[in-house]
Design a protein around this ligand. Structure first.
Ligand SMILES: NC(=O)c1ccc[n+]([C@@H]2O[C@H](COP(=O)([O-])OP(=O)(O)OC[C@H]3O[C@@H](n4cnc5c(N)ncnc54)[C@H](OP(=O)(O)O)[C@@H]3O)[C@@H](O)[C@H]2O)c1
Length: 337
């Protein structure tokens, strides 16, 4: 199949391209910067077949990229916590889904995959998350953009468009072009410190998510919703869990959830005066300290997807962080051996 992929220079999209290419599909990427494609995929490695230079906000370039494709995976999104970029985040992610998913449905593309997030179902005090829950309003521009995109996609699904939706939790794994959200959290535990607080940290391996996308492109069943989530490690167990992998110690602070959320609120106020992209926000601290975990996930298992053990995901990610120069050999301890 010829598959158009957006976000192919990003973490999820680049792994999805590799999974599609390894399964024998042709890939066409809509990219803003063709030189970045070289940097992300490297010489001699599995790389996309075709590029269309454009932007998900530009309907004409999306139309060109979709022409002649039998499937599309929409993994592009703008992720920023800067107050000054809130409007741009909302506009990019909404126009992106309308242009990519909307035009694909209009043109009769047979297999459409939209990358959402399981976090769109989160609200403080909610039950374990699953894709059939109601969608609360987002509390940041990013979460609101994902919630609105989801409503738009559901509207098209209800009209019969062949759209599958994937719902990852925090994505970690090797070969991340930009050190995205969950990988960045892992990196800061080594660079700065981690916390012991309420609830825990839940991840999915990017390679398993990419494999889900490959299966969804090939899936002939009716439009569906597919969660992608591995195990949760409680914040209290996390330093010991990491030590069991590396043999090195992580520094940590014990911070009750309520205090953590108060600090997040302070972060929001500071951002009004001096903007920064560090995830010290009330929203992020709620996710960190009130994360309910996921309900046993249906859907992805039915496709035969195997989510690898989290020890493997953490170990491979830390080894990659060392190879890429983000962490030192000393920091990853026996994983470097
Ligand atoms: N990372 C996580 O933990 C996580 C968790 C749940 C859900 N998700 C969702 O998963 C998807 C992928 O996330 P990710 O972390 O893999 O993303 P990422 O690494 O930040 O990559 C984002 C991609 O989107 C592209 N993009 C952004 N704005 C664009 C525009 N206007 N036109 C064309 N391309 C544009 C970027 O292109 P450039 O290379 O040109 O910047 C890049 O290829 C997103 O929908 C995100 O909301 C992520």
């Amino acid at each position: 199949m010829r598959v158009m992929v957006t976000g192919g220079t990003g973490f999820t999209g680049s792994h999805t391209v590799r999974a599609l290419r390894a399964a024998g599909h042709e890939t066409r990427l809509l990219v803003r910067d063709p030189e970045k494609v070289e940097r992300v995929f490297g010489p001699g490695a599995i790389s996309p077949d075709e590029l269309v230079v454009g932007d998900v906000r530009d309907a004409a370039s999306v139309r060109d990229a979709l022409a002649g494709c039998e499937a599309v995976v929409h993994a592009a999104a703008m992720v920023s916590l800067k107050a000054a970029e809130a409007r741009q985040v909302l506009e990019t992610n909404l126009e992106g889904v309308e242009n990519v998913i909307g035009q694909a449905a209009e043109q009769g593309v047979g297999r459409i995959v939209h990358v959402s997030s399981l976090a769109i179902f989160f609200s403080p005090g909610c039950t374990p998350l699953h894709p059939e829950m109601p969608i609360p309003a987002g509390s940041t521009a990013y979460s609101e953009s994902k919630a609105r995109a989801e409503r738009y996609v559901r509207h098209l699904q209800a009209e019969g468009a062949p759209i599958h939706v994937s719902y990852p939790v925090g994505i970690i794994g090797p070969d991340d072009p930009g050190i995205s959200g969950a990988n960045h959290a892992l990196y800061t535990w080594f660079r700065d410190l981690t916390i012991k607080t309420s609830t825990g940290f839940q991840i999915v391996d990017v390679r398993d998510l990419a494999e889900l996308h490959r299966r969804l492109v090939e899936h002939e069943g009716p439009p569906g919703r597919f969660a992608a989530a591995g195990e949760t490690v409680s914040w209290y167990e996390l330093p010991d869990f990491i030590e069991s992998l590396t043999g090195t110690r992580l520094r940590y602070l014990v911070i009750p959830g309520r205090l953590l959320r108060a600090l997040g609120w302070v972060g929001d106020q500071v951002k009004r005066v001096k903007d920064f992209n560090f995830p010290l926000t009330l929203d992020t601290m709620r996710f960190a300290s009130q994360w309910p975990g996921t309900a046993p996930c249906t859907g992805s298992e039915a496709l035969g997807l195997r989510i690898r053990p989290i020890r493997e995901s953490y170990a491979d990610t830390l080894r990659w962080m060392e190879r890429a120069g983000h962490l030192s050999r000393r920091q990853i301890g026996r994983l470097a051996e």
